[in-house]
Each structure stands twice: as C-alpha cells, then as structure tokens.
Design a protein around this ligand. Sequence first.
Ligand code: ADP
Ligand code: MG
Length: 277
Amino acid sequence: VAPFARPEMQAPARAAQPNAALSTLTAKNISAWFGDHKVLEQVSLTMPAGQVTALIGPSGCGKSTFLRILNRMHELVPSASLAGEVLLDGDDIYDRRKKLQDARKHIGMVFQKPNPFPAMSIYDNVVAGLKLTGVKASRDTKDELVERSLTSAGLWKEVKGRLRAPGGGLSGGQQQRLCIARSLAIKPKVLLMDEPCSALDPTSTRVIEETMAELQKEVTIVIVTHNMQQAQRVSQQCAFFLASQGTPGQIVEHGDTDAMFHDPQDERTADYVNGRF
Ligand code: ADP
Ligand code: MG
C-alpha cells in the first residue's frame, strides 16, 4: 500500500476468517433513560465472536450510550437508568452478585480522543490498565504484559527503545494505539471503541484499521464510527441506529455489513449509507 494512499481507496482491513473461539456479546431489549428522557428503546443486538461489529447512525441516536451500557459505564451517570440484559457468553454482566470490576475486566473501552496519562511513561500507561480492575502483577509479568499489549496494539516496534518516555510525547495516532494497549492489558474478551479515529489524520486512521484486523483474531470488537468507508472496511456486522423527534434511539436494520451497504432493506438505511441524510 502506498504510504499516502487515500484510506477509502483501500481494500477491506478485515480478518478473512473470524475466530469463533472468542466471546460473543448479546444485548437484549435494552432501553435507557437519562432522567425522564428515554434515549434507547428495546435495542437487541448480537455481537458475534471474533467479528467487528460497527454501530452507525446520526449524532444523538444513542450509539455511545449503548456502547457504555455494554461495559456498565452507563450506571456511573447519576440520572441514568436502564432496562434489559447484556450477556457475555451467556453470563449477565449486570448480575447483582458480580462486582462491577469483575464485569468490566472482560470488556475494554477506547474513546474518541486519545487519553493516555501524558506525564506517565509509555510502560506505566499500559500497566495502568490493570489498576482499573484491581489486577496485580509481578515485575516479570508486567514486562511481558507491556510487550504483548503494545505488540497487539501495533505499537511495540515504534516504542520498544523508549518505554520510559512520557506517553504525551507520542503522535496522536500513537497515543490512540497506546490507549488500545492500555485496554488490552486486562486481556479483555471484548474491546469497545467509540469513534477511535475521528480525532486522527488519514494515515494514523489506516494504521489503526490495520491494527484492528490483527486484533480481531484475539478479541471481539464493537466500534462506533461516522465514517461509512471505515465501517465497510473494518466490520463484518453493522447496526444502523436512528432516533427522531419524540422517538428514542432504535436499531432500524442490522446484519452483514456488505449486504447492508449494497442491498439495504430499509429506505432510511439506504438514505443514510448513501449520504442522503
Ligand atoms: P450518539 O453517540 O449516537 O451521538 P449519545 O448516546 O451520546 O448519542 O446520546 C443519546 C442521547 O442521550 C442524546 O439525546 C444525548 O443528548 C443524551 N445524553 C447522552 N449522555 C447524556 C448524559 N450524560 N446526560 C443526559 N443526557 C445524555
Ligand atoms: Mg457518540
């Protein structure tokens, strides 16, 4: 691939063969509120093992809310409430007998804006991923974990000679891959990514997409994106969310990505994926 080729000109960055041995995440009849404002209505979606599922749809239709529900971040907002179930390989992550940390250590999250701890070293940024879930590790284990996580995030070769340098000194794209490595430190079963490339330039975006194609061999991925070309390049499954005046966010259509883009079943999906919104 030419170094400055336009990403939309490139072939799919998807793994050819999804790894069925990985975990499946299932959302059942999810409704969500902020106070009296209902933002999601009866959303059900299976995010299959070893696949990348892309969540698409206009701003404000509840994609981020849905993503946060998938790792119990929604409940951190005091006004938030929720109905429905989220099952990780059949286990209810909202099971009251489970500690929040236990549920969350299987599900990592990466945000739109790269948010490493800027003054902390690259090494410590990765290790910091463990602290969120209370996992303790020895020095040797940490060294191994840092190398493994940075390798999976596609950053190891670039930073192995300067692990003690501050995370804030990396480029934007590298910082985002550092955040991916931090999320991978806990060996999550599912990685949630909320518009991970929208703050990045096209070249960094391409590197992240290539990283995702490798990453999906070891972790099931759910990504929110506003970039329709990206959704087609990286995902096998796609869900189109829509909300309108007075109607909370719902999934209008979901299924195989290629089918949804080339033969959408709902007129609203066709309008959206063809940019007629
Ligand atoms: P999207 O990610 O698709 O743009 P969001 O999930 O961010 O949509 O938002 C869905 C709806 O929920 C919007 O109406 C938004 O204003 C509202 N919302 C999101 N977060 C909060 C919050 N913390 N408090 C109150 N309302 C919120
Ligand atoms: Mg959002």
